[in-house]
Design a protein around this ligand. Structure first.
Ligand code: FES
Length: 92
């Protein structure tokens, strides 16, 4: 059984972070926003359950190297993932 307390190493717009293994990307964006005023998170814009589509982002998959555009509320974080575009209503 994998160690669930292990953090994953990812990058968001070129900045490195360690995040919990079970987080979806939208929750990671929220956590990053609380710690980085340049990456402000507007939580009121998100449904968190596959309806609003405002959470779409683009990342390079840490396992396959493939560039993927997906809904961050539905996408599990994997070690080595690199976010290259956050949802349109995030960021400075
Ligand atoms: S937060 Fe609404 S679809 Fe992802």
């Amino acid at each position: 059984m994998p160690d669930r307390s292990e953090n994953l190493k990812v990058t968001v717009l070129g900045q490195e972070y360690e995040v919990p293994e079970t987080d979806c990307w939208l929750r990671v964006f929220q956590a990053v926003g609380f710690n980085n005023p340049e990456f402000f998170f507007h939580s009121g814009y998100y449904c968190w359950n596959n309806r609003c589509k405002t959470c779409i982002f683009t990342y390079v998959d840490g396992e396959t190297g493939e560039t993927i555009t997906a809904q961050s509320c539905l996408t599990k974080v994997k070690n080595g993932d690199q976010v290259i575009a956050v949802p349109n209503n995030m960021g400075s």
